[in-house]
Design a protein around this ligand. Sequence first.
Ligand SMILES: [Zn+2]
Ligand SMILES: [Zn+2]
Ligand SMILES: [Zn+2]
Length: 309
Amino acid sequence: MSELITCGLAENALDYLILAGEQAKDGSPRMTKHALAALADGVELLLKARLEMRDWCLIFKDVDQASRPKYECGDFQSVVFDQAIGRLKNLCSVEIPSKHLAVINELRQLRNRIRHFAVNSDRAVAISIITKTFSFAIEFVSEHLEQVSDGVRMEMDRLRLFLGEYEEFIQERRNHIQPQIAEKFEKHRPGLECPKCLQLDYYGNDKFAHCLFCGYRCEAEAAAEEWVEKFESVHGNLPQIVTCPKCGANACVEEGDSDTTFDVCYVCLSCGESGFEACPACGKVHGDENREGLCRECWQHHFPATPMK
Ligand SMILES: [Zn+2]
Ligand SMILES: [Zn+2]
Ligand SMILES: [Zn+2]
C-alpha cells in the first residue's frame, strides 16, 4: 500500500471539509448550496480513505477489476456509498453509529436534490445537517484516520481550529456532547481550554487528555507539556506542571483563570480530578480538604489538636 496515496485521500477529504465550513459560514444561499456539495464529497473521501488504509483494492466498486496501474492514475469506478459503509463494517470493523449514518444520508439526499432540481433549500435545515455532519467527521477522523500521517494531523488541526470558531457548529456540538459530559462528571464543570479548538472541553480521563468538542486526544503527560507551552501561566512563580496527588501522573496544570496566586488550583490531565491546591505553608500541591488550604502534614503540624476530616 502506498502511504503517499493514502495520505492524499485523507488530506484531500479534510480540505473539502474546511472548504465546506468556510462556504457555510458565508451564509448566502448560493454558498450554502456549495457547502453541501463540498461536504458530501468530503465525507465520501473520508470513508474511502479509511478503506484505502485497509487495502487500496477496497476503493474499487468491483474489487475484481482492481489493478495497481488503474489505481495510480485514478482510472476506475470507485466504491459507492452503501458498499463503502458495508465494507467499513465487515472488513475494517468500523461501524458508523446510526445517528451519524442518518445525518450523512440526509446530507447526500439534500446534495442530490439541490444538484438536480436547484432547490433553494431552507438555510436552517441545511446548516443543521452541515453542523451535524461536522460532528460525525471529527469523531470519525479522530478515531479512525488521524494516525495515518503528520499531514492528516496538520489538516485536522486546521479543521479543529476552524470549527472552534464557527458559532453554529459550536451550538450543535454543545448539544451533542452535553450528555457525555453529564455522564462522565457528576457535577458539570468546564474543562480546560483545548490546545487545538480552544473550547473549554479538554478533560483528563484514563491516562489521556481528550477534548470532547473536537475529538483531540493526547497521552496525559505529553498533553500537560503541550498545554503549558500553549497557554503560558499568568502566575510566573508557580510550577506549571505538578504531580497529581491522586493518580501520580506528572500531568496537573493550572485550572481556570484565577486572578490571584491565592486561588490557583490544579487539574489533572490524566485522571481528570481537579481542585488541587498548593499548600500555603510548604508549597506541596495536594488534594486534602480543609479550610485553610494546608496539606495534611502542615495541618497536623499547626493544629495537632484538631484532626482533619
Ligand atoms: Zn478541542
Ligand atoms: Zn491524576
Ligand atoms: Zn504543606
